[in-house]
Design a protein around this ligand. Structure first.
Ligand SMILES: [Zn+2]
Length: 55
């Protein structure tokens, strides 16, 4: 596992007050605050490398 493989995106949802965080594994999480998004992304432990490796 390298840092290069880790890609997170945090994008604002147009028309709402919400942000959506997208993990490099494809999981998404919607929250109203960037702090919550990043807390989820960084604490999102399961299913990262496994997603690509098992397909
Ligand atoms: Zn993930």
């Amino acid at each position: 596992m390298t840092d290069r493989d880790v890609t997170y995106r945090v994008v604002w949802v147009p028309g709402t007050d919400e942000l959506v965080g997208v993990c490099h594994c494809g999981a998404e999480h919607v929250a109203a605050s960037p702090v919550e998004i990043w807390a989820w992304l960084l604490g999102h432990p399961q299913g990262h490398e496994l997603v690509g490796a098992t397909q």
